[in-house]
Design a protein around this ligand. Structure first.
Ligand SMILES: Nc1ncnc2c1ncn2[C@@H]1O[C@H](COP(=O)(O)OP(=O)(O)OP(=O)(O)O)[C@@H](O)[C@H]1O
Length: 346
């Protein structure tokens, strides 16, 4: 059995104009010890998905339907008290902004010790202090700085402190939401490597949520590409970046300099994701897709399975057979940006 099984999950936000369907029918599994990346542009539902899993949706957010099975229990059916017990101990989250997640009025040590004592009431102060020292050393921070307040740390140090805190209880699942976005490239690389080695040591699995495809290419075994609240494509990192079938993945991949081949031109996907309050019928990417046809605008694509990938595109086979050079060509995307209605014909 997988460690985490998310099935047909719908997470909505109540708004004045009606529910915003931030996560809409998402299903996936995560195996023990596996690293799963969740990528996609801003607003596609990545953070909402993580918050629903760890149980920290804001007041306006709610699970409309579906299940989140974690180690055999459906999290959506648990009481808040049961969920709180799982938080940090079994599932921990490294949030987007370390500054907002750390409490400014307590020292880092106090915050980690509090998390330990809340979840493991029998732990004595000496043992808690030992865990703090161990975690600081693991993430490359000087343990003597544990008695500092968050504002005495640099951005990179705060991010490491946040990671130390997330690891202190050796959770079986870590959710890392843009864990390195605020850091420079060298620091980013160091922290990602450090996280991967720690994770191996404690055999936890990790969901890395990011808009940066190169972060996922570096740290994950498998990737889910999300678009406008839905999964566009899913599969092993190598296959998905090597031979994707979904035009959105092709575009996303080519939009990042780090993972492209040097001879390729960067492209940008013009336009914006659709409104989630009243999403279009058919494929949600159709409006921005240079290969979209009427079928794409009318019918929602079913999952297409090939070469280890799950792709939600009506034309996955055609892309594989003959359309790939066209989909890979930046001119195609530039022309699509200029035209109001493109398409390769039915
Ligand atoms: N509290 C809220 N109330 C209403 N809508 C919200 C709320 N939080 C998020 N949303 C909407 O839900 C959608 C998904 O947002 P979410 O933050 O999950 O996306 P994301 O992919 O993580 O983006 P980012 O990378 O910018 O964090 C967006 O359209 C957003 O506007």
């Amino acid at each position: 059995m997988s460690q985490l099984e998310v099935e047909d999950l719908e997470v909505y936000y109540e708004t004045e104009e009606g529910p915003a369907q931030a996560v809409d029918g998402v299903s996936f599994e995560l195996e023990e010890g596996e690293n799963l990346g969740i990528v996609g542009e801003s607003g596609c539902g990545k953070t909402t998905l993580a918050k629903a899993i760890i149980g920290i949706l804001p007041d306006a957010g709610y699970i409309n339907d579906g299940s989140i099975n974690f180690q055999g229990d459906d999290l959506t059916e648990m009481t808040n008290a049961q969920r709180r017990r799982l938080k940090w101990e079994e599932i921990s989250m490294i949030a987007q902004s370390a500054m907002n997640s750390l409490d400014p009025v307590y020292t880092i040590r106090e915050q980690i010790v509090e998390a330990i004592e809340t979840h493991r009431p029998g732990t004595g102060r000496v043992e808690s202090d030992e865990i703090v020292t161990e975690m600081f050393e693991l993430v490359g921070l000087d343990p003597e700085r544990a008695d500092d307040y968050p504002h005495q740390f640099s951005g990179g140090m705060r991010q490491r402190a946040m990671i130390a805190m997330a690891l202190a209880l050796e959770p079986s699942l870590m959710l890392a939401d843009e864990p390195t976005t605020a850091l420079d490239v060298i620091m980013q690389d160091q922290i990602l490597k450090r996280m991967a080695s720690i994770q191996e040591e404690i055999n936890s699995s990790m969901m890395v949520i990011t808009h940066d495809v190169s972060v996922v290419a570096e740290t994950c075994d498998r990737v889910i590409v999300m678009y406008a609240g839905k999964i566009a494509e899913e599969g092993p990192v190598e296959e998905i970046f090597d031979q994707p079938y979904h035009p959105y993945t092709i575009g996303l991949k080519r939009a990042f300099p780090n993972i492209r081949k040097s001879s390729q031109d960067l492209l940008s996907i013009s336009g914006y994701p659709p409104e989630l309050i009243d999403p279009p019928q058919g494929c949600r990417f159709a409006e921005r897709c240079p290969m979209a046809t009427d079928k794409c605008r009318e019918e929602e694509p079913e999952a297409h399975y090939k070469n280890g990938l799950r792709s939600y595109c009506h034309y996955a086979d055609e892309i594989d057979a003959e359309l790939r050079p066209y989909a890979d060509d930046p001119t195609t995307w530039n022309q699509a940006a200029a035209a109001t209605d493109g398409g390769v014909g039915e």
